[in-house]
Design a protein around this ligand. Structure first.
Ligand code: CA
Length: 301
């Protein structure tokens, strides 16, 4: 289905998160992982039982990705850690962050199992952020600098293109991507978000290769054609600060959407009391399974 007729997402979990973010579906566990950055917790939501398990992280948590074979990587303000998602136990891996007012933000794994994660300054000052890549051997490389608010990131179905959002640019950029080496080249802007529609935040890709972008301040997630730059579909959300989205469900037919209470005044919170909740919609297209972090030594299958 491709239509410009907006549909509306409905609340599935009244989480009241301060800054819900980082949605990613675990296709083996059939659960939605997400984070509350300012609430400092990893959340694991099980739609079969409607239970939402919380794992406090004590430091701000920018994002989460599953690790192949079990556990998850969490990007905390005090470093990348591996978390045992049964016990919540954290194991420190590495911390490239040099300044106390820089935290990790959105991040995902590429199709070869590397972990890409960006940053943001706490005051969101221009150009202070970067994008890192963590290889399977746990070494980290800085891949982009001069970023302001490193956000949505995903890869094309053929793994030849990386899509990337630095929020204040109001754009989605594309890079040529070498899945063997993990190198980027040929940066160009492919989608412009019209002013007044909100700012591009989290992003995911569907099985038809189209991009889904959460519009922070726009109360919507939107589907875009990366070839033409055209808007294809809009799903409205009764929470203005829509932050991230991920396909989940038995057949990856459900689009889950995180939202935030942060940034809304009292009047807006009264008008949109479900803000901070987790929402879902069946938009008529399926997603693809998320890529996991693949540790060195584990065979790539
Ligand atoms: Ca974000």
């Amino acid at each position: 289905m491709s239509t410009n007729q907006p549909s509306e997402a409905t609340l599935v979990l009244d989480a009241k998160a301060t800054l819900g973010e980082g949605a990613i579906w675990h296709p083996e566990e059939k659960k939605l992982y997400w984070v509350d950055i300012e609430g400092k917790a990893l959340h694991i939501f099980d739609p079969a039982t409607n239970q939402d398990k919380q794992f406090p992280t004590s430091a701000r948590i920018g994002t989460v990705v599953p690790v192949a074979g079990g556990c998850a990587l969490v990007a905390l303000q005090n470093g990348i850690h591996k978390m045992d998602t049964e016990t919540g136990e954290l194991t420190f891996i590495t911390n490239p962050l040099q300044e106390p007012d820089i935290r990790f933000n959105d991040g995902k794994c590429d199709p070869a199992g590397r972990f890409w994660v960006g940053t943001i300054a706490l005051d969101a000052r221009e150009g202070a952020a970067v994008l890192y890549r963590m290889r399977r051997d746990q070494s980290m490389q800085q891949m982009l600098d001069g970023v302001t608010n490193s956000n949505g990131i995903c890869w094309s179905l053929d793994a030849k293109t990386m899509y990337y959002i630095d929020t204040p640019t109001l754009a989605v950029d594309a890079f040529d991507f070498d899945n063997i080496s993990g190198k980027l080249s040929n940066r160009r802007t492919i989608i412009h978000i019209p002013k007044g529609e909100g700012q591009p935040d989290g992003m995911t890709i569907d099985a038809e290769g189209k991009l889904w972008v959460a519009l922070h301040g726009g109360g919507a997630v939107t589907r875009w054609d990366p070839e033409t730059g055209k808007l294809l579909q809009k799903v409205t959300v009764p929470a203005p600060n829509t932050t991230s989205c991920a396909f989940g469900g038995e057949n990856l037919e459900v689009l889950y959407i995180t939202t935030a209470r942060e940034g809304l005044n009292e009047q807006e919170l009264n008008q949109y009391p479900q803000s901070g909740g987790l929402f879902a919609v069946k938009p008529g297209v399926q997603g693809i399974p998320a890529d996991f972090f693949i540790e060195k030594g584990l065979a790539v299958v």
